[in-house]
Design a protein around this ligand. Structure first.
Ligand code: SAH
Length: 345
């Protein structure tokens, strides 16, 4: 019999698991808290649970963990963690301390099937999905590290390796564990899912975990260009993508984040800024401009500072909330689009 990794289970799923074993449901909450709040990695630690039950659990279940294989720290304080997975694969997470507020960027897949032209991860194609446990374990391992200096992780962004909406069966339970009051206790307004634009999956995300933040990697303002740099657009063109954004259940005054990778001479003109504004103006929006981070084997160029400033100013002047992301962590290849784990061509 293969043992069940309890970190793959949401609280309701853990209740079911225990019930299936003829155990009391309420034990689930206790165990869940041990795992996510006390960081228990064995049943022996669970002192408010009887020895007999602990022994029985150990026969049918286990609590996985992720091994940090390497940590690199950039000049700006950005930290990149390389995690070794059980099958020898590896993924990366990036911790970005901004004014004492730690944001953790986590991965959802080994490689990625979306094949965006400008993204390093995409050039490796998909090796496999991460399990729910592998997704939450990235957070738990980094949390252990930041707690050593008395800090906490405040925000989770699913913007690392992989397309989270291409792995919803594992990503949704992971988010449920993140935001569970008995689990990782993160506020749903501090969890952001970023997608290249898988339209049906956007609807499913909205139905199954309402209230998380949605970020769309838009990156182009015409179907012609978007088809070229993001193959997903051939399946779900801009019109459908923007309709899905409009229909996404956003709580209260929350906004959709539109990420826009600026590729020098390709999509960074004022005409692009103008079209961008027109495309998103009927959706509660904010814009993240991401100057392209160069990487080996990719011919795109970073935009000039003048192009960035002009694009940024155009939008600001029209009352759009814009942030231009500085390329944090680029000295350790931890910036957007530079993650690859240990993948090889
Ligand atoms: N698959 C998801 C999340 C991962 S990518 C998505 O597409 O949203 C996270 C962000 O990095 C995306 O907005 C993507 O467009 C951007 N990105 C990818 N490669 C980049 C690069 N080389 N330079 C700058 N940003 C890049």
């Amino acid at each position: 019999m293969t043992k069940t990794d309890l970190k793959n289970l949401t609280l309701p799923a853990l209740e079911q698991f225990l019930q299936g074993q003829g155990k009391e449901r309420f034990r689930a909450t206790q165990i869940f808290k041990w795992i996510y709040q006390q960081d228990a990695r064995s049943f022996e630690e669970m002192t408010n649970i009887s020895k007999d039950l602990r022994r029985e659990l150990a026969e049918s279940a286990f609590i996985s963990d992720l091994e940090v294989e390497a940590v690199e720290e950039g000049g700006d304080g950005t930290k990149k963690y390389l995690f070794k997975l059980d099958d020898g694969q590896a993924v990366e997470s990036v911790l970005i301390p901004i004014e004492g507020r730690n944001t953790l960027c986590i991965s959802s897949q080994v490689g990625c099937a979306m094949a965006c032209e400008f993204c390093l991860t995409g050039t490796f194609r998909l090796t496999r999905n991460l399990t729910t446990a592998e997704i939450v374990n990235q957070i738990m391992a980094v949390r252990r590290d930041v707690r050593e200096s008395g800090e906490e992780i405040r925000n989770i962004v699913m913007m690392g390796m992989g397309e989270p909406l291409h792995n919803l069966d594992n990503v949704i339970p992971a988010i449920q564990i993140m935001i569970d009051g008995n689990g990782l206790q993160l506020s749903n307004r501090r969890v952001t899912v970023s997608t290249c634009g898988l339209v049906p999956e956007m609807a499913r995300l909205g139905r199954e975990v309402p209230n998380v933040n949605l970020a769309i990697s838009l990156n182009a303002t015409t179907d012609e260009l978007r088809n070229r740099i993001m193959p997903v657009n051939r399946r779900y063109p801009l019109k459908e993508l923007l309709r899905a954004c409009r229909e996404f259940p956003l709580p209260g005054r929350r906004k959709v984040t539109f990420e826009y990778v600026m590729l020098g001479g390709v999509n960074d003109s004022l005409e692009d800024a103008k079209r961008l504004l027109r495309l998103i103006s009927d959706i509660p929006n904010k814009v993240n401009l991401i100057p392209f981070n160069e990487h080996e084997g990719c011919d795109f160029k970073a935009p000039t500072q003048a192009a960035i400033d002009a694009f940024h100013t155009y939008l600001i002047d029209r009352h759009v909330t814009v942030i231009t992301r500085d390329s944090r962590g680029s000295d350790i290849s931890a910036a957007c689009g530079q993650l690859k784990g240990r993948l090889q061509k």
